[in-house]
Ligand binder design. Structure first.
Ligand SMILES: C[S@@+](CC[C@H](N)C(=O)[O-])C[C@H]1O[C@@H](n2cnc3c(N)ncnc32)[C@H](O)[C@@H]1O
Length: 551
């Protein structure tokens, strides 16, 4: 018996050794791997019919816990009207209103890209969602326009986190809140289920077929001028899938042009910041926008890369064709995304190590040239971003004080205030307001008021000290771009609000002034490796097919 046990143990150990060896030498194209034991969240086909990918929890989750580490938000500003048709589907079905993320001051028309749950999770109506987002942090990631060629090359909006709002049982799908209006507009495409009982998948199936979504976490990158980066949340073995990378096709790269090439507010409209987060090939008009959690944070590592991109065989779970069978026209016509890439570890990666890929020669050459030619723009020394002002200035200035001590030119004051159409007490025009009627209301703290959607430009008129409440301000509230008619203060009315505490007034960056609008900000897409880019998508190279590699 003892001998038998030993023999069995030997045989198990030798099997383990064989399988370890197998993993070590596994061809990187083998993507059918179970997720790591510690993985808590996976990508898999949604439990809703025809809904594409979905997110599933592998463990029970309680209210108030984060679903995933916080991710970046990328603000797309003033899309070029002529070329926006190339991203029509993406704008309509995947991107969020900048009102949700506080990005509305970035341009006249702003939409937000929220990789991870914001774009990947499906939605339910009728308050049946189980996660909700919390506002992003905003900062320059250590790269200022005065001292870094990285300024404006990566997004300032980060750590955007979804929290569990209703308990989620292991195996259940994660749902975000698609508003009733949003769903009504798209009712042919998004059929809502009557019950949430079956909106789950078998746990063993998910472990075998799902792709782990929480192997990565964000943090400040030690790479000079790179901003933030993606780091391994646990040890990742060579040959394993580090992250699924679902991508949305962008038919023409001109869609990354901004509205006009003329100057506006002294800022030259140029390429969208979003281009830096897109994947492309120099010989193709196509771009792909990755939208899996944390994958947009993966920096360029050149020869130090520890992951590489490859197509996933799992895309056939929701697609009838894989990428090699698709023509360029098939990709253009894709109704919803289905193309799936994967980041594969090309060596063992330790926990907390930065995950890096090779962006390719074209990117590396463009970056090297940018480093050589970059110098700070004139006026950079007087610029101070709004979040710095908020930290530095505790008491807000009145007009008379601003004449002597103005704020930096790039900021405005914004108040958290919800205008409900109630203009309050009306007063006849005064000498200062001339032809306008003055309407005054008292500020009131209400539920949800501190959401960025309620920020609107305001001017401080008075400051007084209240024994109980501290310093209180009287302000004039203005309209801003993007406000619905019901929230616009009618013409001819000066809307005054009294008794705002300092925490209800923030500094905001004026339109087109943040680093992402800098004229000298770096812009370049990430290269999709030559060996995985289908030849038939290289429409820029039709005349010169002889030099192209066979796919
Ligand atoms: C896909 S984003 C990567 C995430 C980005 N670092 C962030 O903070 O959001 C690509 C951009 O990151 C920066 N970046 C990536 N790798 C870099 C590197 N090796 N050196 C400098 N900047 C890098 C460049 O600005 C590039 O355009």
């Amino acid at each position: 018996l003892v001998d038998d046990t030993n023999t069995q143990r030997d045989s198990v150990e030798s099997k383990q050794r064989v399988s370890e060896k197998k993993v070590d030498h596994a061809p990187v194209c083998d993507t059918k791997q179970p997720v790591p034991d510690e993985c808590g969240l996976v990508l898999a086909p949604s439990s809703l019919p025809n809904a594409g990918w979905g997110i599933f929890s592998l463990r029970d989750r309680i209210r108030g816990t984060p679903l995933l580490a916080g991710d970046v938000v990328i603000q797309l500003t003033d899309p070029n009207v002529t070329h926006a048709q190339n991203i029509h589907r993406m704008l309509h079905d995947y991107l969020w209103s900048a009102e949700e993320t506080g990005g509305f001051y970035e341009g006249r028309v702003v939409v937000s890209l929220l990789p991870g749950p914001g774009m990947l999770a499906n939605g339910l109506d009728g308050n049946r969602h189980n996660v909700i987002p919390f506002v992003p942090a905003v900062d320059e990631g250590g790269c200022t326009r005065l001292d870094s060629p990285g300024a404006g090359a990566f997004t300032h909006y980060h750590n955007y986190t979804f929290f569990v709002q209703k308990p989620i049982a292991a195996g259940n799908e994660v749902f975000i809140d698609y508003s009733a209006d949003w769903l009504k507009e798209r009712k042919q495409n998004f059929v809502q289920p009557e019950t949430t009982v079956d909106l789950r998948r078998d746990l063993d199936w998910l472990r075998d077929h799902g792709k782990c979504l929480d192997n990565l976490k964000g943090g400040r990158s030690p790479i000079p001028h790179a901003g933030r980066g993606a780091f391994a949340a646990r040890p990742l073995t060579k040959g394993s899938i580090v992250a699924p990378v679902p991508v949305l096709p962008i038919a023409k790269r001109e869609a990354m042009d901004m509205t006009s090439t003329k100057t506006y507010n002294n800022v030259i409209a140029k390429k969208q910041l979003l281009l830096n987060y897109c994947l492309g090939h120099p010989k193709s008009s196509l771009l792909f926008l990755p939208y899996g959690p944390m994958v947009n944070l993966v920096n360029h590592g050149g020869k130090k890369a520890n992951v590489k991109l490859q197509w996933s065989s799992s895309q056939l779970l929701i697609n009838s064709k894989n990428q090699s069978e698709m023509t360029l026209e098939d990709v253009w016509a894709m109704e919803q995304s289905g193309l799936l890439l994967e980041l594969i570890a090309i060596r063992d990666i330790a926990s907390d190590e930065e995950v890096l890929m090779d962006y390719g020669d074209a990117w590396a050459e463009a970056w090297a040239e940018h480093l050589l030619s970059w110098k700070p723009l004139p006026g950079s020394e007087t610029y101070a971003p709004s979040y710095v002002q908020d930290d530095a200035i505790k008491s807000l200035r009145l007009d008379s004080e601003l004449k002597l001590h103005p704020y930096p030119n790039n900021v405005l004051t914004s108040c958290l205030y919800r205008y409900t159409g109630n203009v309050g007490k009306l007063e006849a025009p005064t000498a200062t307001s001339k032809t306008d009627v003055v309407a005054t209301v008292q500020w009131n703290m209400t539920k949800g008021l501190f959401q960025p959607i309620n920020l609107r430009p305001c001017r401080v008129l008075e400051r007084r000290h209240d024994k109980r409440k501290g310093t209180l301000f009287t302000v004039q509230i203005h309209n801003r771009f993007g406000l619905p008619e019901s929230q616009r203060i009618p013409k001819g009315i000066v809307h005054v609000v009294t008794d705002l505490p300092r925490r209800a007034i923030r500094f905001s960056d004026k339109i087109f002034t943040t680093d992402q609008h800098l004229e000298n900000a770096f812009r370049h897409e990430i290269g999709i490796p030559e060996e995985i880019f289908p030849l038939k998508w290289m429409d820029f190279a039709k005349e010169d097919k002889s030099v192209l590699p066979e796919f």
